[in-house]
Ligand binder design. Sequence first.
Ligand code: HSE
Length: 405
Amino acid sequence: MANKNLTVALLGFGVVGSGTAQVITENQDRICRATGRGIDIRYILDLREFPDSPFADRIVHDYNVIINDPEVDVVVEMMGGSHPAYEFSRAALEAGKSVVTSNKEVVANFGTELLALAAEKGVRYLFEASVGGGIPVLRPLAQDMAANRVRSINGILNGTTNYILTRMFADGASFDAALAEAQQKGYAERDPSADVDGLDAARKIVILAAMATGLRVDPNAISVEGIRKITAADVAIATKMDCAIKLIGHMSYADDKLAVWVAPCFVPRQNPIFNIDDVFNGVLIDTDMLGQTLFYGRGAGKLPTAGAVVSDLVDIASHPFDAKTAPTWTDAEAADLLPAGAEKLPVCLIYEGAPDATSAVGAERVVTTDTHTALLLPAMTADELDAHIQAKPARPVACYRVLPQ
Ligand code: HSE
């Protein structure tokens, strides 16, 4: 007898929700081939009606209809925001239903608790689409790289900011013009500050770090710097240094100490993520056995993200809950974390004006433009950098961490 189809309810029929319905419908044959069963969309929860949609008859407005239907195997949460997405996810798990989500805010903030609840109830909590949009990265990290220790991750994790930075470098576009273009193309979050101020990337690197180490850090407690302050002068200096500026989500893990931060960084041309432009994302993972591996693809957009959501449904359709392999996270404590600023990183300091012989002492490289001077300093801690700056007469106008080649 053929396996019973997986019965799902979609929460939210916006960009990702409607894309998920489209992927399930258009590629049902592929899903059946991979899992031996199909996926039935029984309900779609949304505040709106969609009278012209082929799914009009599945639209419901009361979540209890879904929770109280024992036939629903999986709730697919694509509402965005923490509330009521978190409460709805909890209720679904409590009711013994697996949950799939694209919602990085909920996973980064409540992942420890929701994974524990899923394990207690014997169901799955999966969130491949929450990081890297359509790029398969969380499942490969958890499964294919399970025999590796992750030493570091450097990721371009936000498509909107990568698009903005690409336009600023390629066309000399202003930050505001490039942001407006990204919003018009539908890449930006509802509130673009989550993109441009780095919080979206922070949530994603927190999820990656937790997948890699089992330790979840609070995304609101890590050091996060966005891209608003990047100037045309910084772009000119970076270009002259043969570097790009990318918003990087970074984690490193050594001697049982975890460091996680988000900041715009100089990325040298030789680094594999230098060429990752436009809305694309790239996640460079360094492990003890494999060395470096790069995950690259569309980090935002309707069908790429929906494809990742459906990949979780395919996983659930093929693999029932297994207590032995269910992932668990622990909320990191102070003892698990490298003290802020203790990581040694190369730094680029940018000064207004002409080179100054005193300030340049200790620099590995000095680069000048018509208006600015930049010093490339060797890897140092935040305290060492502070001491270096204080010892010089001039004050830098910008400071960037520099990724390795
Ligand atoms: N606003 C996000 C981005 C969407 O630009 O990457 C995908 O998470």
